[in-house]
Structure formats: C-alpha cells, structure tokens
Design a protein around this ligand. Structure first.
Ligand code: ADP
Ligand code: MG
Length: 268
C-alpha cells in the first residue's frame, strides 16, 4: 500500500467515525439569539442533545422556554438574530416546518389547539401520513392505533371526538402523547406536557415518553420535578432570561423546585 492509499484509508476511517457520531447528535444549538416582535427573548443559548438523552429545562414563566421549543420547530413569529441550530447535522434554516416534522422532529404544544369538526382518528391518520413516506393503510393503521391507545389507557370513543374540543387538560396531553408515539420522532420537544395532570395521567404520559426515549433525543420543559419520578433525565438545565445558566443531573430539578430561581439570578 502506498502512502497516498494509506492516507486515503485513514481519512475514510476517520470520516466514518465522525459519521457515526453525527447520526447520534439530534439537536445542536449554538449561541442562539431569538427575537419576538423586536424584543430579544433568547440570549445566547447553547444546548446539544444526542439520541437516547433526556434533557429537562426548567425556568420561571417568561424565561423563554416555549420560545425555544417554537423556534426549533420553525414557528414564523420567532426570528433567529444570531447563532445556529442543527438537526442531525443539518442546518435547520434549510428545512421548512413540514420538512422538520418529516425529518423526525415533534413538538407537543403547551396549549394544544382545538380543531372543531375534525375527528381524532382522522387527525391522527393525516398527521402520520404527512410524515411517513408510505401513507398508513387502513387496517394496519387501526391496529397500530389500537396498540398505542391501549398503552396509553385511552378509550376507543376518543377517536370519534373532535380534536381537543371539550377535552380536559389531561385528555389533551394524552392526545399529544398518542400522536407522538405514532409519529416516532427522533427529536421530541415536550412543552409542559405534564402540567395540570393527575397522577394517573402523569404516569401514562411518562410511559409514552419512556417508550420513544431510547431512540430519540428528548427535551422536556417542565415546572415540576414530579414528572421525574417516572422519567429519568440525563441532564437538567436551569433557564434564566433566555439562557441556560446551570446544568446538572436530576438532583438539580429537586433543588430548583425547592429553592426557586432567585439564587441563580446572579449567574444570568
Ligand atoms: P416561558 O415558556 O418560559 O414561560 P415564553 O417563551 O412563552 O416563556 O415567553 C417568553 C417571553 O416572550 C414572554 O415575555 C412572552 O410574552 C414573549 N413572547 C413569546 N411568544 C410571543 C409572541 N408570539 N408574541 C409576542 N411575545 C411573545
Ligand atoms: Mg411556556
């Protein structure tokens, strides 16, 4: 083997290794700055999430947590003024919103919208069809749906109701999780999915998160450490005024719930 071939081989191998690492990197946010209607909300936030990792973000109301989730999903109201976001190594600005969903990104909304006149079953089938290359077949899809609903302990009657119309808080969040299980995202952003849930609903929502977590990167926005009785995060981040000011393990969630955020203000 001559020197040139050897060099080529080494480079190939190195790139191979890089390739593996890249495919496990789901989200990389670097020095992100975001404005809404001219007001700066996110101010220099960096965060990297790999496959199989569960990250939790906690912070006061107005810290910019939903803004972060929305901007990653491509909500048009939010303007990135500085910094970059990559999804599986690809710059996000290259992906339109529907392409982000097709590429495997999923956002569970803090306030899921009511869609009067659209039945849950139809809605789920359409949303699955919009991200899969093969549209789901009637029978196979019903089986898939039955299985997922069974796991989430949801009654079949749910399917014929209109999306979120008259749903309790817990029912809305269950529907979000049902949708997530069907879509099998590689990046799941969950914005206060645990808020307002009773213990049973919380357990079920956690089950859904744990089901997709091994193959996905998860970012969970929450105010409460009680979710973490069921879902074990690898990283907990405290967000103050649009930036992550402290990162720790699950113990940080306990500390934040216990002590609040004032003690971190100096770091912001
Ligand atoms: P959090 O989710 O941490 O409670 P948000 O990201 O919802 O915080 O909001 C952060 C700040 O940005 C708030 O002051 C909020 O009023 C403002 N904001 C968020 N979204 C919008 C929007 N679409 N239009 C105007 N202001 C917004
Ligand atoms: Mg919010």
């Amino acid at each position: 083997m001559n020197a040139r071939m050897l060099h080529h081989l080494i480079r190939e191998r190195r790139e191979g290794v890089v390739g593996v690492a890249m495919s496990d990197e789901m989200l990389r946010i670097e020095n992100l700055h975001v404005s809404v209607e001219g007001t700066s909300i996110i101010k220099g936030l960096s965060l990297t999430i790999h496959r199989g990792e569960i990250h939790v973000i906690m912070g006061r109301n107005g810290a910019g947590k939903s803004t972060l989730a929305n901007v990653v999903m491509g909500h048009p109201a939010y303007e990135i003024t500085e910094g970059t976001i990559h999804f599986q190594g690809q710059p996000l600005e290259e992906l339109a919103v529907f392409e982000r969903a097709r590429a495997g990104m999923f956002l569970s909304f803090q306030y899921p919208a009511v869609i009067p006149g659209v039945q849950v079953g139809t809605f789920l089938k359409k949303s699955v069809a919009s991200v899969r290359d093969e549209p789901p077949k009637g029978r196979a899809f019903r089986k898939e749906l039955n299985e997922a609903m069974g796991q989430l302990e949801m009654d079949k009657s749910f399917l014929s109701r209109y999306v979120n119309d008259g749903f309790s808080g817990g029912e809305k969040k269950r529907l979000e999780i049902l949708q997530m299980i069907l879509l099998q995202p590689s990046l799941a952003l969950l914005d206060e999915t645990d808020s307002g849930l009773d213990i049973d609903a919380l357990r079920i929502v956690s089950k859904g998160i744990n089901k997709i977590a091994p193959e996905a990167g998860c970012l969970i926005i929450t105010h409460y450490q009680r979710l973490l009785d069921h879902v074990k995060p690898h990283f907990v981040h405290a967000m103050i005024d649009g930036a992550i000011v402290k990162t720790g393990g699950p113990e940080l969630a306990l500390e934040l719930e216990d002590r609040g955020y004032d003690w971190l203000d100096a770091a912001a």
